[in-house]
Ligand binder design. Structure first.
Ligand SMILES: *Cc1c(COP(=O)(O)O)cnc(C)c1O
Ligand code: SF4
Length: 357
């Protein structure tokens, strides 16, 4: 199935289809039968699952779990709160704002993989929050807000729009004089690399005043294949920068080995790690969440000093007041106007003179 539309038409979203890829466990079967949420993935991504291991990191991101019905730590009506949708500024549903100079532009709720840990699950997976995806209204709002220089197109998965719709969206954004850059958040390079077609590259690629930066989401090394590598190469050779935003997920990438392997493998296919997100407190995903400290510990124990510096993402917590950096804080042992005593990944110390104000 080399054609992306064919992949989407054959989404693996029923027990029968899933059974063609893996040996479904009784627990998985029960969760699927009881689930009232949207679930499913592409045949391509399903083919990367481990047939016999229910702890397979891809299975866990794709197959519903009964644990989704538990909610001890999540925030109800999470997106309304997180995206400041109930505050004074009157904005279209498509525009989420936390910063002065940039906004997130949510263009659709369809995905090629319905991630069980999705923080936008109320829109995408549970579909309990209905948004009005009026692109023209969103574009008009951006035109009227001259302070917005960076537009992050997100979803759902915006790269599932047709080439024609994307062409419309990108060219309209590029016509706005104050828009300096466009970002796209899309899991397509990971879950549907077939989507990176000549037609799409024609729409997104080529030299332009307004560059396009793409951030994908890859959470485990097993999600990366030669298909991924080729899709990323095509994007980059067309002028589109590709980064990764991983989510810290319990039992999937929260151990030193998986975490290091993920970030090394991303670089091997030319994807630059950008963010590591603390898994957000959306309702029903407690089972994916770790203590906050975990991410900083992993960067300390798996990445910094242990491997290529480019492999290191910035660990952040996405909140209603923006993203908060949570990097390891053990590097500075003592500091004064005169000097800094710092510690490396092996625990060795050294002292460097400071320049006082
Ligand atoms: C994440 C996010 C951004 C982009 O943040 P960067 O730190 O610039 O990558 C912008 N707006 C909203 C609403 C976001 O959630
Ligand atoms: S692809 Fe993105 S929006 Fe879609 S379910 Fe996954 S995390 Fe959510």
């Amino acid at each position: 199935m080399a054609d992306w539309k064919e992949q989407m038409q054959n989404l693996v979203n029923s027990l029968e289809k899933l059974e063609q890829h893996i040996n479904v466990t009784p627990e998985e079967k029960e969760a699927i039968e009881k689930s009232e949420t949207v679930w499913g993935t592409t045949p391509y991504f399903a083919s990367l699952m481990d047939k016999d291991d229910p702890n397979c990191p891809i299975r866990k991101q794709v197959i519903p779990s009964q644990k989704e019905n538990e909610n001890n730590y999540g925030i109800e009506n999470y997106l309304i709160y997180k995206e400041n949708r109930s505050n004074e500024e009157n904005r279209p549903d498509t525009i989420a704002r936390q910063y002065h100079d940039r906004v997130a532009f949510t263009v659709m709720k369809t995905c090629a993989n319905y991630c069980r840990h999705c923080f936008r699950k109320e829109v995408v997976v549970d579909q309990s929050l209905k948004l009005n995806f009026d692109l023209e209204e969103g574009l008009q709002w951006i035109r009227e807000h001259q302070e917005v220089r960076d537009v992050l197109i997100t979803g759902g998965d915006p790269l599932l729009l047709s080439d024609e719709k994307l062409d419309f969206l990108i060219s309209k954004l590029r016509e706005i004089p104050h828009v300096e850059m466009i970002r796209i958040g899309s899991r397509v390079p990971i879950v549907l690399p077939q989507r990176i077609t000549e037609g799409l590259l024609k729409v997104l690629g080529g030299y332009h005043r307004v560059p396009i930066w793409l951030n994908t989401q890859c959470n485990h090394a097993n999600e990366i294949t030669e298909e991924t590598a080729k899709a990323v190469y095509k994007l980059m050779t067309s002028g589109i920068n590709v980064g990764n935003q991983a989510v810290l997920l319990k039992g999937i990438n929260d151990d030193v080995q998986s975490f290091r392997e993920l970030h090394q493998k991303l670089l091997s296919v030319r994807i630059r790690p950008y963010y590591l997100f603390y898994c957000e407190p959306a309702p029903g995903i407690d089972h994916f969440r770790t203590p906050v400290e975990k991410g900083a510990e992993l960067i300390r124990d798996a990445i910094r000093g242990h491997t290529t510096g480019l492999a290191q993402p910035m660990y952040v917590m996405a909140t209603n007041i923006g993203k908060i950096p949570l990097m390891p804080d053990y590097y500075i042992k003592e500091k004064s106007d005169k000097e800094y005593t710092v510690v490396n990944y092996k625990g060795q110390e050294t002292t460097i003179p400071n320049i006082p104000e």
